[in-house]
Design a protein around this ligand. Structure first.
Ligand code: C5P
Length: 244
């Protein structure tokens, strides 16, 4: 048996070094955390679903010209990815007010925003992933101004693609988080995952404000039927991919 070196174990995934220095292996777990790991649990089958959904969306985005870290999917919970250096920024795009935006600004949940809002958070659990300002990004010097502009443009382009995609799945893309990384030449790639863990997804066919939630908010807010919601997203995404 070949044992791979574990590089990092995160809240939802484990990262391994493969025997090729340019390729890493990501293992998707069922573990779920919320509120900076203060709430912990398991969503049965989540690892497989998130790996499947992310694979489908990465392949599709790649076909549209968005560079992603995705290489292939050797098993249902494993993804081989390019060994990029992650930029420690969480890039959040919001189309509709929800979550921390409502908490911090008083905007009503469900309000359609006048334009897609792009936000940058520092990826640092110990500091609680604080919201950054452009000047704070400059002061802490984790990305150049040019890189930040590139990340914003990529995030907005991805938002446009994903919004249209999910719309065809009868799902509203409320908001989502992206992470990016760079290769040795400085080229930027979309990294991490795109899944019901990292997006807010509302079922367009449901009126009820709680029944329509198809994402990790069901876990965060103890709404029940978490697994069913994740399965719904997977089924609709795969159906849409097959119809392309
Ligand atoms: O909590 P907040 O409203 O800021 O989250 C915005 C979006 O980013 C949500 O879709 C959430 O799932 C995602 N997010 C994430 N990982 C984080 C923080 C937020 O996937 N660490």
């Amino acid at each position: 048996m070949i044992t791979m070196e574990k590089l990092y174990e995160g809240k939802a995934k484990i990262l391994y070094q493969t025997d090729d220095p340019d390729i890493l292996l990501t293992y998707y777990k069922d573990d779920a955390t919320a509120f900076n790991a203060q709430k912990r649990g398991q969503i049965v089958g989540k690892g497989e679903i998130n790996c499947t959904v992310s694979t489908a969306l990465f392949q599709w985005l790649e076909s549209l010209g968005i560079p992603t870290h995705y290489i292939d999917r050797p098993s249902s919970r494993e993804m081989r990815v390019k060994a990029i250096k992650i930029i420690p920024l969480e890039v959040v795009v919001r189309n509709i007010a929800a979550g921390s935006l409502c908490k911090q600004t008083g905007l009503k949940e469900g309000k359609i925003l006048p334009f897609p809002l792009v936000e940058f958070y520092l990826k640092d659990d110990a500091l609680g992933d604080p919201l950054l300002t452009p000047d704070r990004i400059k002061v802490i010097d984790i990305a150049s101004e040019e890189q930040v502009n590139q990340l914003r443009d990529l995030a907005l382009q991805i938002n446009q693609y994903l919004q249209e995609f999910f719309d065809k799945c009868q799902i509203i893309l409320v908001d989502f988080k992206l992470e990016f990384g760079v290769d040795k030449t400085g080229k930027i790639y979309l990294g991490d995952e795109i899944s019901p863990d990292t997006c807010r997804l509302w079922d367009k066919t449901q009126e009820d404000a709680q029944a329509r939630i198809l994402d990790k908010d069901r876990f965060r807010r103890d709404l029940g039927d978490v697994e069913t919601a994740y399965q719904q997203v997977q089924a609709r995404v795969l159906q849409q991919i097959e119809s392309l």
